[in-house]
Design a protein around this ligand. Structure first.
Ligand code: SF4
Ligand code: SF4
Length: 263
């Protein structure tokens, strides 16, 4: 299936220029859909998109492409400050023709590591409150005229689709980051300064720069981190990304997700 999607603006998915079925879907709501190489519209959907990337999208994609996060961000993305949060978000750059840079005649060349927005399609989704609160997310269908996948026989409910697309791994890896954004949205009058925006960018998107920031600095003289945790984040990039998000909650919101060493 050449999965793709429209936009994930506002990080929590906001589809622009797409016909959205306004009916909110529950996890057990059903829909008919299948995408495969023999559909007449194959690959038509992988262009003219506004795809916003989550931290775990970037980690997966840069590794799939054998690049550092900085190289990936420079080459394939642009940074956008979204009005509602005043925080930097990362959008995939399309070719001048409007095509996604990863689409080939055979489908998506990074299919195994395609971004969350592409996994969800033809669903859109949103999160109303902390991602840790059960039932805080909601879903809706994006029914575009060119998409013939809705004429196929396969029937899913939302939860089955999420499972099939491996979405819960992404939810798990991005949950503290989503909470940072929700907290910011809850405080619209709080305008982040340049330093906060830079920290958010570093801890959210540029894991290969975050690594020396932690390991080649006085970080562990300042923060109280156990030797076991240091070993874990040194050897496991997923754990380093989770750590970066906990660090952001601490430095941006004073959440007790980390502790300073006593002077
Ligand atoms: S990343 Fe892959 S699935 Fe997503 S729009 Fe690009 S080619 Fe399509
Ligand atoms: S338009 Fe729909 S059915 Fe066609 S390739 Fe894209 S997702 Fe699949």
């Amino acid at each position: 299936m050449s999965q793709k999607k429209n936009n994930m603006e506002d990080v929590l998915s906001n589809i622009k220029n797409a016909p959205i079925d306004p009916k909110q879907l529950a996890p057990d709501s059903k829909f008919r859909f299948k995408c495969h190489k023999d559909v007449p519209c194959f690959n038509k959907c992988c262009s003219e998109l506004d795809i916003f990337l989550t931290p775990y999208d970037i980690l997966r994609m840069k590794n799939a492409l054998n690049m550092t996060s900085s190289e990936f961000l420079d080459k394939y993305t642009e940074t956008v400050i979204l009005e509602k949060t005043q925080l930097p978000f990362i959008r995939l750059k399309m070719e001048e023709s409007g095509q996604c840079r990863f689409v080939t005649e055979e489908g998506c060349k990074i299919y195994t590591d395609r971004p969350l927005a592409c996994r969800y399609y033809p669903l859109g989704f949103g999160v109303m409150q902390s991602s840790k609160v059960e039932g805080s997310d909601f879903y809706f269908l994006i029914q575009e005229d060119h998409c013939k996948g809705f004429e196929e026989e396969s029937e899913w409910n939302v939860q089955e689709w999420r499972d099939d697309q491996g979405i819960s791994d992404y939810d798990d890896m991005n949950k503290d980051w989503v909470d940072i954004i929700i907290k910011k949205k809850a405080n619209p009058d709080m305008s982040p300064d340049e330093r906060s925006k830079n920290l958010f960018f570093l801890g959210s998107y540029d894991i290969d720069s975050f690594k020396p920031f932690v390991f080649e600095s006085r970080f562990f003289e300042v923060f109280d981190i156990t030797e076991d945790e240091i070993d874990l984040i040194k050897n496991d990039e997923d754990e380093l990304l989770r750590f970066a998000q906990r660090w952001l909650l601490f430095v941006l919101y004073k959440e007790p997700t980390m502790a300073l060493k006593e002077a």
